[in-house]
Write a protein that binds this ligand. Structure first.
Ligand code: G
Ligand code: G
Ligand code: MN
Ligand code: NA
Length: 253
């Protein structure tokens, strides 16, 4: 309860910040995008993990204003990088299923794009497989997002229940392989066939594939050998503040 009261005040008190985790092309080692990840600096508790407060925000409905704040700030930041003369990169933003299903979601996204004036093709929204519980409505929303020109990825892919046939009917662009599967890639490459199956499926459907949670060099080797060429994870970089991302721009572009 105490945390939830704090959450109500957090937006107006400016207690949220966005961190950005770099995404790299595993072959060229080029920096190609970032995933925005919210952080809450609570005045009494210090940093509170989104794993704790996003569920509270979803239950209370606060995810709607907070989600809008996240999207606005991520898009504005991408514009700032563009205006600083850095090459354009993708910005990925996590979207809560509650937000995705909310009445004015598409209108909100359009408004943010207009206000921040970023090229929609550099924005990627991360949704989860749970939206497929309501396929028809979700496809309508996804088609609207596609028409706006933004990209959509399925986050934590492989942990839900999406079948190949469902997947091929979804107007999406990218599969993000859940980090638990990347963690299963051990040094001897003697692993379950799941990672390879997901990569093959994604490639066959012409989707981009991003490996999450890369922590070991040999995982990169395995991924490249099996034709997954985009990755993020602590080995490559942790989520970073804006200032630190600026340094990466200077080093990797
Ligand atoms: O960075 P990490 O520990 O911080 O994130 C923990 C969880 O919180 C992950 O499941 C992640 O998807 C989620 N999360 C992080 N940032 C955001 C955000 O901006 N919006 C939403 N909806 N979820 C987020
Ligand atoms: O649910 P989602 O995939 O958006 O959440 C991303 C979460 O994974 C964030 O909490 C982020 O900080 C975390 N993360 C990113 N890279 C790694 C990694 O290499 N290892 C682990 N354990 N977590 C990671
Ligand atoms: Mn994510
Ligand atoms: Na994920």
């Amino acid at each position: 309860m105490y945390l939830e009261n704090g959450l109500r005040k957090a937006l107006e008190n400016n207690e949220f910040t966005l961190y950005y985790q770099p995404q790299f092309n595993l072959s060229t080692e080029k920096f190609i995008g970032v995933e925005a990840l919210i952080r809450w600096e609570h005045p009494d508790f210090g940093i509170v993990s989104p794993m704790e407060f996003i569920p509270l925000a979803e239950e209370s409905g606060l995810i709607i204003p907070i989600g809008k704040w996240i999207l606005e700030n991520a898009c504005r930041q991408n514009k700032i990088w563009e205006e600083a003369g850095f090459p354009q990169i993708n910005i990925a933003v996590n979207i809560s299923p509650v937000q995705f299903k909310s009445k004015d979601f598409v209108k909100m996204v359009e408004g943010v794009l207009k206000d921040t004036n970023i090229d929609p093709k550099y924005l990627e929204l991360e949704i989860t497989e749970s939206i497929m519980q309501n396929m028809e409505d979700s496809i309508l929303i996804l088609n609207k997002l596609k028409n706006i020109g933004i990209k959509v990825s399925i986050d934590d892919f492989g942990t839900g229940y999406s079948s190949l046939s469902v997947l091929q009917n979804l107007p999406i662009d990218t599969l993000k392989i859940d980090q638990s599967f990347i963690n299963d890639i051990k040094e001897d490459f003697n692993i379950s066939p799941i990672v390879k199956t997901i990569i093959d499926m994604g490639n066959n459907l012409n989707l981009n594939i991003i490996a999450e949670g890369i922590e070991r060099e040999y995982q990169i080797e395995y991924l490249k050998e099996n034709k997954c060429f985009i990755g993020q994870g602590y080995l490559l970089s942790k989520p970073l503040s804006v200032e630190k991302i600026n340094d990466i721009f200077k080093k990797f572009i």
